[in-house]
Every structure is written in structure tokens, then in C-alpha cells.
Design a protein around this ligand. Structure first.
Ligand SMILES: Cc1cc2nc3c(=O)[nH]c(=O)nc-3n(C[C@H](O)[C@H](O)[C@H](O)COP(=O)(O)O)c2cc1C
Length: 458
């Protein structure tokens, strides 16, 4: 019997939280982003809240460090753990929650990544996922031998081939390939593996993978992005799509656009879960939520605020901090020409500046509310109302919760918002499945070489 459709929830554990000044919050351990125990605390909350998965975003660089105008001595996210290593360390401490990490198709090799994610799927007995990104930051490019990122078409072409190779590697072995018969001394059945033997434009990989077939068949694939190329990629290969949408209208349009692409490919639209990010400041009353929010906003030093504005709109340090920004002042910035989500977020902010006559301080505080995601300051009921509205009206299959600070804001979400969602029958009270794929109600994985045995010598 099919289950009632319910909200899927991921918890993003970026650094110390998603509010830019989170590390200054009195309850946040300022060294927590380099302290393993801090992540363990957040992980425990994720399982207590029955989240589907934790999610580790990543850019392999100390981003923004190269720009002399940024308030770089104020940025806590300059250092962090490498996500796959962190995920492997967290895995044995968990029982149910899914474990997803970001890795770039631009700066890795498919054989390497295929075996790492397969290994985490084995360690976690079927709860691994890969957030497959093409990368966008020049700071990252400089760590891998070039001055700038390759253009979008090139990155997506490489990503598709990369994914293809990884899938073939994950399909190297049949589930029952390993007989391990002590009596006869036969360990494996040589008829039950395939050599990918891939030779393409970017990669040449013989295989097979030196890791047995994963408990999930293959780890989950997550993607993110706005452009046609990234929506098409999601429709072709992803199980989960991480969306950055600030309001219902844009989230709805995006949701419809992606689901249409699935239908056009003959894929069940429900086989890809679209999860927009939500950054929520939760209070038992509206006043309490405003107080939580106000306390965080007051911690943004104006120098840091100017640094937050810089990549979007250029240097505004010549303007008074608390007077309306003059028309036409928001023209500079936008360092990522190839990054539509970023550009749409910039337009959303320009509209707000004009509508609300925001000052420079008002602008950086608006960025801190959620950046390109849904930002909310409210009671559990109000937050659940918004989530329910998006979920029931084709804007989301669930959400990625971006805690403003950790672990306090996770605790508030788990203790206040999740029970409200559960009361409404919108979220689970117990994990249903054993694997991440089962909890997300994704279809079972098809072996891509159902009938193509290969000889070991080929
Ligand atoms: C919600 C969201 C989350 C993302 N997370 C990451 C990330 O963790 N690491 C990364 O390198 N890129 C990340 N990206 C960037 C995308 O992978 C992609 O490079 C970017 O969206 C540009 O492609 P597009 O123009 O197709 O959107 C993210 C994008 C979005 C929209």
C-alpha cells in the first residue's frame, strides 16, 4: 500500500550555520566548524528530528580570501572539514539518517569518487548520497590549475560523462557476484561483473570498481542549479534536486519546469524530489522569533555587511549606512556570470531595495535573511503553514533546512516545527525504510547492464 505523500526533509550542515554572523552567537562554539564533536551534536538532532538526510555543501577553496575588499578576517567559513571524510566519520554514529556530501565533477576523477561514495554506502548500509556539482567559483579553479572556471557548456558536458562513468562503475558487480564459498574455495562468480571499459572525451576508465555493489544499488544523486542545462541534467540523472527559490511564485515555476522535463523523458515526476532551501528563525511567539532574528542581525559588523554585498552589487562603502540606497547604485558585482540562481537572487534583492527603500544596512540584513532561499521569521505554526502551502501547491516535495546557527537553531526546528508538521500528518513520526532511497520513496534502482555479460579479459 502506498504511503500518504509527506514532506521530505534534509538538514544542511554548512559550517556553523547559514547566518553570516552565526559564529558570534553566544551559544555557538566559535571553533565548531573544525570540531568533530560539534557535527556529532547536529547529527544527533537530525536523527531525533527524523530528517531524511544531512547534507554537506562544499566548495574546495577558501572562497573570498583573494578579494582584498572583503572583510575576510570576519568570515568563519574560511575553513571547514573536507565533506567526504567528515561523512565517513559520521556514518557509523548514525542509524537511519541519510548522508549526502558535495563533490565536483570539474575537479575530481570518476573512478575516485565512485569508490568513495560506494564505500560510504557500505559503511552506512545504504544511506549515502552524492551532491553532484559542476562548480562555479574562480577561487576553486585556482586550486586546480586554472585562473577561471570553464564555461557552463563545457562543465556540463564533462559532468554528464563523469556521471556516466560513475554509474557504470557502480554497476560493475551484480548483487550476488560474491559467493565466498569456503568449501570450494570460490570467492566470486566471474560471470557477474561488467567492465565499463569507458573511453570518452574526458575520461578513459577500464574498471571494474573495486567495491562490491552498494546496498542501495547505487548512492543517491543530488543536483542543484537553475539553468536549462542543470534542469535537464536533474531530469536525466537526479533523485533529489536542491533548489534555491526565495518565494512561492519562483519556486512554483521552477518545480513545474523541472517536473515537465521528467514527464518528457517518460520518468515518473515523483521519482525526483525537489527540495528548496528554507532558513527559518523560529520562536514560540512571533515576538520571540523576531528577538532571535534581531539578535543575529545585530551581530553583523557593517564591514562584514559590505563584504556580503560586494559579490552581488560591488563596493557600496562610499554610501551612508542608514540612508536609502540611491537608484542605479546596484550595478556592480555579480562575479558568477554563469550562475543564474545567484543572478536571480540579486534581482530579487534589487526589487526589495526599491520597494522597501532599503539602506546599505537594510540590504545586507536582507541578504542574511535567506539569501537565495526562503527566509522566515515566525512561529512553528506560521512556518508549517508556509511549508504546507509550497508542498501542496507544486512548489516543493520537501525542504532543505538551513539552520541560521548550530546547533541551537536545529534544536528549535526539531522541537517546535517538526512536531507541528507531524500533528498535521505532513511528516513522519518514525523512519519507514532501511535505506535513504526507501525513506525518500524513490523507485528501486535498475542495473544498467541487465543483459550484457562481459569477459574478464576484455
Ligand atoms: C541551492 C544550490 C546549492 C548549491 N550548492 C553548491 C555546492 O555546495 N557546491 C558547489 O560547488 N556548487 C553549488 N551550487 C552551484 C551549482 O552546482 C551550479 O554550479 C550553479 O548553480 C551554476 O549552474 P546553473 O547556472 O546551472 O545554476 C549550488 C546551487 C544551488 C542553486
Amino acid at each position: 500500500m502506498s504511503r500518504k505523500r509527506q514532506i521530505k526533509l534534509a538538514l544542511s550542515l554548512g559550517n556553523l550555520g547559514y547566518h553570516p554572523a552565526c559564529w558570534r552567537h553566544p551559544d555557538v562554539p566559535a571553533d565548531g566548524n573544525m570540531t568533530f564533536a560539534h557535527f556529532v551534536n547536529s547529527l544527533r538532532l537530525a536523527e531525533r528530528g527524523k530528517f531524511d538526510m544531512i547534507f554537506l555543501a562544499d566548495v574546495a577553496a577558501t572562497r573570498d580570501l583573494d578579494d582584498p575588499k572583503l572583510a575576510r578576517e570576519r568570515l568563519h567559513h574560511i575553513v571547514k572539514h573536507e565533506p567526504l571524510t567528515l561523512l565517513a566519520a559520521l556514518a557509523p554514529l548514525t542509524k537511519d539518517v541519510g548522508l549526502v556530501a558535495t563533490a565536483s565533477t570539474t575537479y575530481n576523477h570518476p573512478f575516485d569518487l565512485a569508490r568513495k561514495f560506494a564505500t560510504i554506502d557500505h559503511i552506512s548500509r545504504g544511506r549515502a548520497g552524492w551532491n553532484m556539482v559542476t562548480s562555479f567559483s574562480a577561487d576553486e579553479a585556482r586550486n586546480f590549475g586554472s585562473e577561471a572556471i570553464a564555461d557552463s557548456a563545457k562543465r556540463y558536458a564533462r559532468a554528464r560523462e563523469f556521471h556516466d562513468v560513475v554509474q557504470s562503475l557502480w554497476d560493475s558487480w551484480d548483487e550476488d557476484a560474491f559467493i565466498r564459498d569456503k568449501e570450494s574455495g570460490i570467492y566470486l562468480d566471474l560471470g557477474k561483473f561488467r567492465l565499463p571499459n569507458h573511453k570518452g572525451e574526458h575520461f578513459s576508465v577500464r574498471g571494474p570498481l573495486d567495491v562490491a555493489r552498494c546496498p542501495q544499488g547505487r548512492p543517491l544523486i543530488v543536483t542543484a542549479g537553475d539553468s536549462d542545462a542543470s534542469q535537464d541534467l536533474a531530469a536525466d540523472v537526479a533523485d533529489v534536486l536542491y533548489a534555491g527559490q526565495p518565494d512561492y511564485e519562483s519556486a512554483h515555476a521552477y518545480y513545474k519546469s523541472v517536473k515537465r522535463r521528467l514527464a518528457a523523458r517518460g520518468r515518473d515526476p515523483d521519482s525526483l524530489k525537489i527540495l528548496p532551501g528554507i532558513m527559518a528563525f523560529v520562536g514560540r511567539t512571533q515576538q520571540e522569533a523576531e528577538d532571535v532574528f534581531g539578535q543575529m542581525q545585530a551581530l553583523i559588523h557593517p564591514e562584514m555587511g559590505l563584504g556580503m554585498i560586494l559579490p552581488l552589487f560591488g563596493d557600496l562603502s562610499h554610501l551612508p549606512l542608514d540612508e536609502p540606497i540611491p537608484e542605479g547604485a546596484l550595478t556592480g558585482g555579480t562575479r558568477y556570470e554563469d550562475f543564474q540562481t545567484h543572478n536571480r537572487a540579486a534581482q530579487h534583492l534589487i526589487d526589495r531595495v526599491q520597494r522597501e527603500k532599503l539602506s546599505v544596512r537594510g540590504l545586507y540584513e536582507a541578504i542574511a535573511e535567506g539569501y537565495w532561499h526562503m527566509g522566515m521569521v515566525g512561529t512553528p505554526e506560521a512556518i508549517a503553514d508556509r511549508m504546507e502551502h509550497w508542498f501542496l501547491n507544486e512548489a516543493a516535495d520537501g525542504f532543505i533546512f538551513l539552520p541560521p546557527y548550530t546547533p541551537g537553531a536545529i534544536e528549535r526546528f526539531v522541537d517546535l516545527v517538526i512536531p507541528e508538521l507531524q500533528r498535521r500528518g505532513l511528516f513522519r513520526t518514525e523512519y519507514e525504510g532501511r535505506t535513504l532511497r526507501e525513506n525518500l520513496e524513490l523507485p528501486p534502482v535498475q542495473h544498467r547492464y541487465a543483459v550484457r555479460p562481459m569477459n574478464v579479459a576484455s
